[in-house]
Ligand binder design. Sequence first.
Ligand code: ASP
Length: 534
Amino acid sequence: MQLYTKILIGMVVGVVLGFLLGPNSDLLPEGGVVLGSKAQVLRAKGAQREVAEARGIERAELLERDGDWLRVGWKLRAKDVVRLEAAGIEARKGASFEGWVLESPVNARTFSPLGQSLVDSTEWLGRLFLAMIKMVVVPLVFFSLILGIASLGDFRKLGRMGGITLGFFMMTTMGALVIGLTLANLLSPGSLMGQDDRAMLLGSFDASRVTTAAAGAPSLVDQIVAIVPPNPFAALANAQMLQVIFFATMVGIALTLMDARKSQIAVDVCDALNEAMVLLVHIAMKLAPIGVAALLFQVVGTTGLSVLLALGAYGAVVLLGLLCHITFIYLPVVRFGAGLGFFGFLGAIRAALVLAFSTSSSSATLPVTMRAVEDNLSVSNEVASFVLPIGATVNMDGTALYQGVAAIFIAQIYGIDLGMAEQATIVVSATMASIGAAGVPGAGMLTLAMVLAAVGVPVQGVALIIGVDRVLDMFRTMTNVIGDCTATVLLSRLQGDNLRVVSPGEDAADPRHGLEGRLDHPSPHAVQADPSEP
Ligand code: ASP
C-alpha cells in the first residue's frame, strides 16, 4: 500500500476515534468537568448561596447532574485559587471543595475521564513523530541552502530571486487580507452571535497571555537587524529560522567566491549531509500514519463540538475566505505563471498538505514540503531550498486572512465600527503580524493581539474565538503551505526549471524518486561491511 494511502487512513482513523472515543464523546460515560478559567461556582450553604470564582482549576470530578447544573468536587492544589465573595470556605492546599456550576461550552463542560486517559496514553505517538520530523528541519535547511546558493553561481540571480520571492509574499498576503476583510464585512458573522454566548465566552478568558505578546512586539528595524545572528551556532541551536537562512546564504555566497578546489570540498560535504537529511525525512515519514492518527485523535477528541457550533458562522467565513484565496490567487499563478495543472500540483504536494493539516505547523512540515516540490514537481534544489524555508517563516497568507476576519468579527461583537482607515490599518498590521508569527500551532492567534491593539479593539476579544482556533489553524496552515509551494513553482519557472508533475502512480512505480519506497531501495553504493573482516 502506498505511504500516502496509509497516511490518509491514519487521518480518518484519528478523526473518527476522536469523535467516538475522545474526552468529549457522547458514547463514553461522563465523569469529569472542565472548568473555564474564570468559572463561577455556586455553593449552597444553608439558605444562603455563596459565589466563588475558581481559577486555575481545570478539571473537577462530576458528582451529580441536575438539568444544566452540575455538582462538582475537587481538591485544591497549591497554585489553584478560589475566591469567595462570601466568607466561609477555607482555601488551603489539599482542602476539598464542592459546588454547583452551570454547564455551557466554555464555562463548564463535561468530559469522559476514560476518553481523556485514551488521549493521554496515545499522545506520545504524535509527539514522537513530530520530534522526528522537527529534528531534521534545521540541518536540512542549513545544508541544502548552502548547497543551493553555492550552485547558483551568480549573485544577480540570488538578488532577483530574493526580490521576486519577497514581493510575491507581500502581495499575496495583502490579497488574503482584502479577501478576508471583504467577506467579514459582507457576511458579518459577529451579528449572528447571541448576547449569552458572547458573555460566556468573554467571561472564560485570561487576557494576560496575549496582552504580553502584543506589548513585546519589536519594531520593524529591530526585526530586520535581528536577522543577522551574532552567534550563528546559537541561531542553529535555537532553530531561529531567519537567522539560519541568513547565515547559510552568506556561507553559500562565500563558497562561490573562494578557490573552486577548496570550496568543492565543503560543497561535497554539504551535498552528502543534505542527502542524509533527506533519508531521515523518509525514515520519519514511515511513522506518519500512526503519528498523524494520534495527533488528530487528540485535537478532535479535545475540541468540543458545542464550541464549534457556537462559533460556526465565524469559522465558516474563515474557511470560505481560505477557499477563495486558494481559488482566485494560487490557482491562476500555478496555472498561468508556472504552467502546471492545479489539481496535479496539489496532488504532488499532498504529503505536505496532510502533514500541515495534522500538525498545524508549517515549520514542522518544511522537510516534507521540500521533498514534495523537488521530487514530485522537479523544482531545483536551489529554488526550493531558498524559497521554502523563507516561506515557512514569513509567508502566512492563511494566518493573515484569518486575522483580518477575526479582527472584524471581534469588533462587530463589541459593537465597534471600523471605518476604511482602520481597515487599512488592519491590512498593514496583520501583514506584519503574519510575518512575525512563527510556523507553529497557535502562533497566529498570539500575534492577532497586535492587530487588535492597532485598531483599538479590546485584546480580550481573543476569548471569543479561542475555542475554534486549533481547528481553524489546521486549515490556515495548509493554506500557508500551498502559498509557499505556489511561490516556489513560480520562481522555479522564472529561473528556467523544467517543471513536471510526477503522478502518484509514477512516484510509486519508481522508488528512486518521490516519497514512496525510497528506503526499500538503498543506493547500490551504500557503505557495506567488508565481509573479509573478522
Ligand atoms: N500554525 C500556523 C503555521 O504554522 C501559524 C498560525 O496561523 O498560527 O503556519
